[in-house]
Design a protein around this ligand. Sequence first.
Ligand SMILES: Nc1ncnc2c1ncn2[C@@H]1O[C@H](COP(=O)(O)OP(=O)(O)OP(=O)(O)O)[C@@H](O)[C@H]1O
Ligand SMILES: [Mg+2]
Length: 333
Amino acid sequence: MLYSIETRSLSKSFGDLKAVDDISFNVEKGEIFGFLGPNGAGKTTTIMILTTLLKPTSGQGLVSGFDVRIHPKQVRQSIGYVQQETTVDEYLTGRENLLLQARLNHIPKDKIENRIDEILELIELSEKQNQTVVTYSGGMRKRLDIAGGLLHRPKVLFLDEPTVGLDIQTRRKIWEYIKKIRKEFEITIFLTTHYMEEADQLCDRIGIIDGGKIQVIDSPQNLKSAMGKEVISLTIENGDAEKVFLSELGKIELINKINQDKNKITLFASKGTEVIPKIFQISSNLKVKINSISLTQPTLDDVFISYTGHEIRDDEGGFNRKLEHAKMKRLRA
Ligand SMILES: Nc1ncnc2c1ncn2[C@@H]1O[C@H](COP(=O)(O)OP(=O)(O)OP(=O)(O)O)[C@@H](O)[C@H]1O
Ligand SMILES: [Mg+2]
């Protein structure tokens, strides 16, 4: 079998809302594949369908070759799922948490101790294993959570926002562990994130998802190079001449693509340094005030804006509030 995950026209509606809207993608064996998208894009809903926790409204989802609708049990046996919020028990030690997980997953008794030792070693928690989780940092808790999802040796590991809320150093550490896990266990990893850098550093391929739809799928490198060589970002003072300004910019031959998000305009150009004087000429003719202008190599942020027409807004408070809200709704559903 070639693919670890296959979806065909997969959709999920909640009433009138199409949370996942006709998505089709394949994840190859051994790949780290990421869904990059803002709050409410449909990332968790997709994971919940693929982990058999939600039924799709239409379309098909296969994990390890098993259809999530027809063979949910086989799907569950072949996957590990680490939820966004940590699920470890604070009043147990690290090792006790893993023992509990091992029993819940029906791991043969004679194998439990060895597997726990091995995983604790891998995520570098051996020394702390006999301390209660209350004493663990956020990053250590997350590592323990990930370890719990690996004990039964899944073929596919689902990680929903594996580093949300952690500081950047801790996030980098977690990325290292995720790479190590892929190598040691030869597994496929499907993760979701709304951090550009995470998608860029960690994923072999990413799917940009927005409003329930996949906008594009490719490797971070290909996505960036397809943008054209350079990106010019400018902020302008909004006003009457704005529309004409944009249409005049569109006439500059070296510009491949233009995006506007409120007062921020992003231009993708082949020769930035030649384009900039032309921009100033147009703005002075039309009396459009430019507040800032910069020239950079493309990043995944630019890719994201190019495909969705807006920035990914990393608003932690809003994110958590929405997540709680979504969870409550799910409990009711
Ligand atoms: N049980 C439910 N009932 C109604 N609407 C829901 C339910 N679950 C999710 N939704 C809605 O579906 C959309 C997609 O939600 P989902 O949780 O999949 O997004 P997400 O990409 O994981 O977002 P986040 O980054 O905030 O975790 C949102 O608009 C959400 O409010
Ligand atoms: Mg989510």
